[in-house]
Design a binder for this molecule. Structure first.
Ligand SMILES: [Zn+2]
Ligand SMILES: [Zn+2]
Ligand SMILES: [Zn+2]
Ligand SMILES: [Zn+2]
Length: 250
């Protein structure tokens, strides 16, 4: 009798736990849905900006979806990739496109368009890879403004404090060495190391008073990254482009 009761109780508990779980899941879903509403509204706005060719505006709206922590609509990575392609951010575009294909596979609504975009990205991505003027994401390098591209900087030698000489450590700058002879009498000798001068040419700058060190701004690379998208064309020296302009005038 007691055993049956216990079994009954257990069953009731399982049943109740089941209800509680169902309730929990329902609450969780109803909490998610309004927020998905938020991101799908942003997405609808982004799509209409895309239709109008306002890719910069669309880009901002897609970024809002990403930054908002709202659930990401499944087709969003494709549209974002297309927007980034239009803005010539090819590396970013490829990242989102790959994510889209990875998440949705061929079941995605935009699978065909995604594959077409993948093909369109091939050339610009290859141009970036072969260009020496930009980083691997396609942003132009600029000459370091601190070292002006020389990669290192000359500054006062810190070892000799720009004096070019340092005190001799063997004779402590006196030029003389003392020794006690067998009669316990102190004898003075000229310091061999500094030839009695008491000082030596600075071993760091070798007397130049200057020290070169890698430029800290560019870590000794001579150039810096910029947010300028590269057109993969070397800039014409100013005097040349002026000359060419004059030629066009004739
Ligand atoms: Zn530099
Ligand atoms: Zn010495
Ligand atoms: Zn020095
Ligand atoms: Zn380039």
């Amino acid at each position: 009798m007691i055993l049956i009761n216990a079994k009954n109780l257990l069953l009731k508990t399982v049943f109740l736990t089941g209800i509680t779980l169902t309730l929990f899941v329902n609450i969780a879903i109803s909490q998610v849905q309004p927020s998905l509403g938020g991101s799908s509204r942003l997405m609808t706005n982004a799509l209409s900006e895309m239709e109008r060719g306002e890719y910069q505006r669309a880009n901002e709206l897609f970024r809002q979806i990403i930054d908002s922590n709202l659930p990401i609509p499944p087709e969003m990575p494709y549209y974002f990739a297309e927007t980034l392609y239009q803005l010539k951010q090819y590396d970013n575009s490829a990242n989102f496109l790959n994510k889209y294909l990875e998440l949705n596979g061929f079941k995605g609504d935009n699978y065909e368009r995604a594959k077409a975009l993948e093909g369109m990205l091939e050339k610009p991505l290859n141009d970036i890879k072969t260009c020496e003027l930009c980083d691997r994401r396609g942003y132009q390098f600029q000459t370091c403004f601190t070292c002006e591209g020389s990669k290192h900087l000359e500054q006062d030698c810190s070892y000799c404090k720009a004096k070019g000489i340092v005190g001799c450590s063997r004779c402590v700058g006196s030029g003389l060495i003392t020794k006690r002879n067998v009669f316990n009498i102190v004898e003075y000798f000229e310091c061999e190391r500094c030839s009695g001068q008491g000082r030596l040419t600075c071993p760091t700058c070798e007397g130049s008073k200057l020290e070169t060190s890698a430029c800290r701004t560019c870590q000794g690379v001579g150039r810096l990254q910029s947010d300028q998208i590269c057109d993969h064309k070397a800039e014409e020296p100013r005097h040349l482009s002026m000359l060419f302009n004059r030629m066009k005038g004739h």
